[in-house]
Ligand binder design. Structure first.
Ligand code: 13P
Ligand code: 13P
Ligand code: MG
Ligand code: MG
Ligand code: MG
Length: 371
């Protein structure tokens, strides 16, 4: 068995919240190469989307391994030092804890980890997003693994007919549930259609009994109790041979669906699939970006990446994103561009409610009807 881990954090933005500084990227890549030399990792690649630095790692320690998580934590401390030295924005932004203990749960960095037995050919896609939240993967995952209008394999490939099992987290109650699809599609949609709270954490093939997907699911505001930047999720999807084909995994992103995030993490905005070079949200700190890095995993090595959205066939989705962005922006501070109040719970709204609490008065009584 091997494990593919993506561990990510925002340890400082260049400029504002738009990118990771090249010096931080090369420090991270050097640390990964050293860890491969020291045999902690089988392979490791540094990548970024917007201001979030991702460590993409192959190893044999399994998910939640202390040695891998503490290695990532140390890399993030190191890139934070660079961010401080260069005066970058929000140095150490996602490091919410002072000291590492055991694993990264509840400490700020996000992670998606998937343990599997390598198939003779093992195509995987690592998705990295910026200026959005973990629930942003719900819609595309539904389309990849449950919608035959997206995934021809659900109809054509006998190994896919039995369907897939989805693991869904309730991030507010810290509970999880499994849905068997297609039989429980409609029940599942009731929950995952509310992506601020319910988030798909993993997907498993019923026929192959293999895990196909892992997502990062931490909510920074729920850890910190206040707004400290967006969660900017990552996701791993295995492809082909009883799982969706590469093109079926990418197809959901041809539609510029909206997700929570963008400016101050407080707005609905469309997801823009982009090449690595274009993964720098600038307009209104958005629109949210997603990159897809394709790898062939072979003998524990990450052969790649291929920059999969660097493809003119996603130009239309990008154009649609810009149109939707123009439309939503004109709402300014009004919903549905601005997030609903319950999702602004951890922003200035809480403070404002407190400050104005004693200024609210009863509405004037209704005028009695004339006799
Ligand atoms: P190729 O003939 O190019 O290998 O394509 C096979 C396929 O099934 C693509 O979805
Ligand atoms: P990040 O989570 O990407 O740092 O975004 C924070 C923000 O508030 C952008 O406007
Ligand atoms: Mg940031
Ligand atoms: Mg970010
Ligand atoms: Mg963030």
């Amino acid at each position: 068995m091997v494990t593919l881990s993506i561990i990510k954090a925002d340890t400082g933005g260049f400029v504002g919240h738009s990118a990771v500084h090249p010096e931080m990227m090369s420090a991270a890549q050097d640390a990964l190469s050293t860890a491969v030399g020291d045999r902690l990792l089988l392979d490791g690649k540094a990548a970024s989307c917007g201001d979030d630095l991702s460590l993409i790692m192959m190893h044999e320690h399994g998910p939640d391994a202390e040695e891998v998580h503490s290695f990532a934590w140390d890399v993030f401390l190191q890139t934070t030092q660079i961010a401080k030295r260069l005066g970058l924005y929000g140095a150490g932004q996602d490091l919410l804890s002072d000291a590492f203990s055991g694993n990264l749960r509840g400490m700020g960095p996000g992670y998606a980890e998937l343990e599997f037995t390598e198939r003779p050919s093992e195509p995987v896609v690592c998705f990295l997003a910026d200026k959005t939240e973990p629930g942003a993967w719900n819609l595309p995952l539904y389309k990849m693994f449950a919608d035959p209008f997206n995934t021809a394999g659900l109809v054509i490939d006998a190994k896919m007919h039995a369907g897939f099992r989805f693991e869904v987290y309730d991030l507010y109650e810290e509970k999880r549930i499994w849905f068997d699809c297609p039989s429980e599609l409609y029940e599942m949609l009731m929950f995952i259609g509310a992506p601020a709270r319910y988030v798909i954490h993993s997907v498993e093939s019923k026929t192959l009994q293999e895990q196909a997907v892992a997502t990062s699911t931490q909510r920074l505001s729920l850890i910190a109790g206040k707004y400290v930047g967006k969660d900017d999720p990552v996701m791993i999807v295995r492809c082909q041979s009883g799982l969706p084909a590469l093109g079926e995994v990418l197809e959901p992103f041809s539609f510029a669906y909206t997700a929570g995030g963008c400016m101050r993490g407080s707005h609905h905005a469309p997801m823009m699939p982009v090449s690595v070079d274009d993964a720098h949200p600038a307009r209104f700190d958005g629109p949210p970006r997603v990159v897809a890095l394709g790898f062939q995993v072979h003998e524990g090595k990450l052969i790649g990446p291929r920059d999969l959205f660097d493809d003119p066939s996603f130009d239309r989705a990008r154009a649609q994103t810009n149109e939707v962005m123009d439309y939503l922006r004109r709402h300014g501070p009004f919903e549905p561009h601005r997030l609903p109040l319950e999702d602004l719970e951890y922003t200035t709204m809480a403070e404002l409610e407190k400050r104005l609490a004693d200024r609210w008065q009863a509405m004037p009584a209704a005028v009695p009807a004339p006799r």
